[in-house]
Write a protein that binds this ligand. Structure first.
Ligand code: NOJ
Length: 559
């Protein structure tokens, strides 16, 4: 194999590096713990910079590392322009950016604009200043219903369960779309708007290359009286006029942000986390006048199924082309059951293969997961994704083939959704946030020097990075090789489907002759002459085994 075609890919153009980037998501508190307090930290990330470089990712995205009371794993931000002292200092942050940049790795940080922590100085001021004060205007305070205002203003529910309103000491109520400790900002307030511009500049000035925008579709709200009921809200169209979600006017905010991004050279990038009703609505967030890119989560909720994959891929490529952006692919993140586990759960009788549902019904016992099959399918799905045009977001630990940890005792869980009755596969999101194993032995599997903040199971030893680095057949070795070859394959952003004669086998070609073939079924698929050109993936007797993917190199590249 030669590197002859590795020229002029988007990653070599500094202004559009993000279009086909492989971005590795770090959940900082669970990545690497340098000071031994059980929480991952920024110096821990620096200590693993070489690992990230060897893995071959183009960028890292850091989930929040800001000061936080950790009511929602850091998505309750108390100070947007600082580092949580348990995770380090701003100087540590600068060292981390330098260490990653030296290795050619870009840095994306998470911005959480819909809500702050209730510990944020503005919210504390609002509580003290009392009803009618200017300080309360930065959040959403209302009088309650009932004779004495003793009932919440509406019957709206919060995403993590329970009511969306909380009463404060003087009797007013504030809106929190997520946990009680996450009051929603009032985006009609000029100071709120201005403060986020300051935050974007603050991190851009420190060398950050891009931003991931948390619940980007929820910022602006129409709260004119009378407020609708929950049932009325649910009946309202999601066409840009809904009072709480995906409003057209949210794009005025992002147009202002774009101006800030474009003050920098190269312009800073952004990707929206926008749970909206259609790919058409999502494309608005990805426009060049707005955030520029938006997450496509369709594969997070799809089954391991050729028909579903093909239609999702086709539709998303069309949509991203229409917005001029590039699409994004995600199989795992810090909010969902890891894909190796989802794909290893049994189908429920009478239901499509909704692994998440099976997991809930099973209460998560270990023997419900066929780990081997789940991982086999996960490797196949990841190889398919890495061969697609667009950028791919990888979640820490998936390169080790790590499974979800279901067996976390209730008294050690942290996710507010577990305690407040929201769904999230019935077990909350802690199972994908368990600190990752670096070594097969030693305290906390090399994560730190003491216990980790979430309990790690004994089986983590099998997935440790040191074990996998030494094994050419490991998932880590597969990811490294795929990320290396991806730089050859990603020249050009088109894809052309090739018919395979089988409904459960997908095959597509990239403009420079690379091809990707995925067998979603269990019967082997005969590769014919392609069997001699396999650059990556398993071949057995000239055939592609079930539940696997191969990359076929252009003839010119084969020795
Ligand atoms: C989406 C984030 O990914 C999730 O972890 C968080 O709980 C909510 N937004 C609220 O910030």
């Amino acid at each position: 194999m030669t590197d002859a075609l590795a020229t002029e890919t988007p990653r070599t153009d500094p202004a559009i590096w993000w279009r086909q980037a492989a971005v590795y998501q770090i959940y900082p508190r669970s990545f690497a713990d340098a000071n031994g307090d059980g929480l991952g930290d920024i110096p821990g990330i620096v200590s693993r910079a070489d690992y990230l470089a060897e893995l071959g990712v183009d960028a890292v995205w850091l989930s929040p590392f800001y000061p936080s009371a950790l009511a929602d794993g850091g998505y309750d931000v108390a100070d947007y322009r600082n580092v949580d002292p348990r995770l380090g200092t701003l100087e540590d942050f600068d060292r981390m950016v330098a260490a990653l940049h030296e290795r050619g790795i870009k840095v994306i940080v998470d911005i959480v604009p819909n809500h702050s922590s209730d510990q944020h100085v503005w919210f504390q001021e609002a509580l003290e200043a009392g009803r009618g004060s200017a300080a309360r205007e930065r959040y959403i305070f209302r009088e309650g219903a009932g004779d004495n205002g003793e009932l919440p203003p509406t019957d709206w529910g919060a995403a993590f369960g329970g009511p969306a309103w909380e009463r404060v000491a003087d009797g007013q109520w504030y809106l929190h779309s997520f946990a009680t400790e996450q009051p929603d900002f009032n985006w009609d307030h000029p100071e709120v708007r201005e403060d986020f511009l300051t935050t974007l500049r603050f991190w851009s000035d420190r060398g950050v290359d891009g931003f991931r925008i948390d619940v980007a579709h929820m910022l602006t709200k129409d709260l004119s009286e009378p407020l609708p009921s929950r049932a009325e809200l649910e009946g309202m169209p999601q066409d840009g006029t809904h009072p709480l979600s995906d409003r057209d006017d949210v794009h005025e905010v992002y147009a202002e942000w774009r101006k800030v991004f474009n003050e920098y050279d190269p312009p800073r990038t952004a990707v929206a986390e926008a749970w909206v009703s259609s790919p058409e609505r999502r494309a608005r967030y990805a426009s060049a006048e707005g955030l520029g890119q938006a997450f496509n989560f369709d594969l997070l909720v799809a089954d391991f199924d050729a028909t579903q994959f093909r239609s999702i891929i086709t539709e998303n490529l069309e949509q991203s082309a229409s917005s001029g952006s590039s699409t994004t692919w995600v199989l795992s993140n810090h909010d969902v059951t890891r894909h190796a586990t989802r794909y290893g759960l049994p189908a429920l009788e009478g239901s499509p293969e909704k692994q998440g549902v099976a997991w809930v019904k099973a209460g998560g016992p270990a023997d419900w997961v066929d780990r081997e099959r789940g991982l086999r399918r996960a490797r196949a799905a990841t190889l398919l994704l890495l061969g697609l045009p667009g950028s791919t977001y990888l979640y820490q630990g998936e390169e080790l083939g790590l499974h979800e940890v279901a067996q976390i005792p209730a008294d050690q869980r942290q996710d507010p959704s577990f305690f407040r009755g929201a769904d999230f596969d019935g077990l909350g999101r802690d199972g994908c946030r368990v600190p990752i194993p670096w070594t097969a032995s030693g305290p906390s599997f090399g994560f730190g020097t003491g216990d980790a903040h979430l309990p790690q199971p004994a089986w983590f030893a099998e997935y440790a990075a040191d074990v996998e680095a030494a094994d050419p057949d490991s998932t880590l070795s597969l990811y490294r090789e795929a990320l290396r070859l991806r730089r050859l394959l990603q020249a050009g952003e088109q894809l052309e489907w090739t018919e395979t004669g089988r409904d459960d086998v997908l095959s597509f070609a990239r403009p420079n002759g690379w091809r990707v073939v995925t067998n979603f079924g269990t019967a082997p698929f005969d590769l014919g002459a392609d069997a001699d050109h396999v650059a990556l993936g398993p071949v057995s007797d000239g055939a592609l085994p079930g539940e696997s993917t191969v990359w076929i190199a252009p003839a010119a590249l084969v020795r």
